[in-house]
Design a protein around this ligand. Structure first.
Ligand SMILES: CC(C)(COP(=O)(O)OP(=O)(O)OC[C@H]1O[C@@H](n2cnc3c(N)ncnc32)[C@H](O)[C@@H]1OP(=O)(O)O)[C@@H](O)C(=O)NCCC(=O)NCCS
Length: 208
């Protein structure tokens, strides 16, 4: 992935500051407030997130890591972290969440989509660090990645979810329109779309 670098010579040692890679959709950056009032910044992933993604993996509980990757790994392999951090922002996109205010930037959640063999269907994956779960961040990340998908012409999504993963299944049931679900060998393959925001006319109709 092409990336521009700016060399800062302020101070004794020259530091290299990573700038936005080509095609970086800056408009997807914004800050949200979670249920516990913590402020979290959302932004598209960048190549320099590779070590942050590895550090996030190291902080995940075994259960959370297994639900995300369906396997046990001691660490996130560097090649996989590099793949995750380098996207084209069109067919492959990831949005990361980082708490505001900390000195070092730290990734606490990631939502991504990857292409499938059908150009209008993408595969979604989500993870939120354990101590940040149940605060609404998963639902926010899901909404952000589905909306970004729609802006890129992707309206149908798929996710493979362990059949016992009630958290993710509830998240999809509550926040998306699930079209299909089939379970094979303990893995539920869910097809879904972004839930359309309610229009005033819909709300009026529900009140009648
Ligand atoms: C699934 C996951 C992303 C949810 O993130 P989160 O930040 O805890 O989710 P939220 O706080 O936004 O919760 C959203 C909804 O999901 C439900 N939910 C979340 N975690 C749940 C759990 N452990 N058990 C039951 N319901 C749960 C909540 O009822 C909530 O519903 P509501 O919005 O109607 O109140 C997170 O638990 C996670 O990272 N799990 C491990 C990785 C994973 O399972 N990935 C999915 C496969 S790709």
């Amino acid at each position: 992935m092409a990336q521009d670098f700016r060399v800062s010579t302020c101070g004794e040692a020259a530091t290299i500051i990573a700038e936005h890679p080509r095609g970086y959709p800056k408009e997807l950056e914004h800050t949200v407030t979670l249920r516990n009032r913590a402020r979290v910044r959302l932004r598209p992933v960048r190549p320099d997130d590779e070590p942050r993604l590895m550090a996030l993996y190291d902080r995940l509980s075994v259960d959370t890591a297994y639900k995300r990757f369906f396997t046990r790994m001691k660490t996130l392999p560097p090649a996989l972290a590099r793949h995750f951090a380098n996207v084209d922002y069109q067919r492959r996109l990831a949005i990361v969440a980082e708490p505001t205010g900390g000195e070092d930037s730290m990734v606490i959640g990631v939502a991504r989509f990857e292409p499938t063999d059908r150009p209008t269907i993408a595969e979604v994956a989500l993870v939120v660090e354990d101590r940040w779960q149940r605060l609404g961040l998963g639902a926010i990340l899901l909404e952000e990645i589905l909306r970004a998908g729609g802006q890129r012409g992707i309206f149908e999504f798929r996710a493979d979810v362990l059949a016992y993963n009630s958290g993710m299944l509830r998240l999809l049931a509550h926040h998306t329109d699930v079209a299909r679900r089939r379970t094979l060998q303990g893995i539920a393959e869910i097809s879904f779309r972004r839930r359309r925001p309610l229009r005033v006319a819909d709300v009026d109709a529900m009140r009648r």
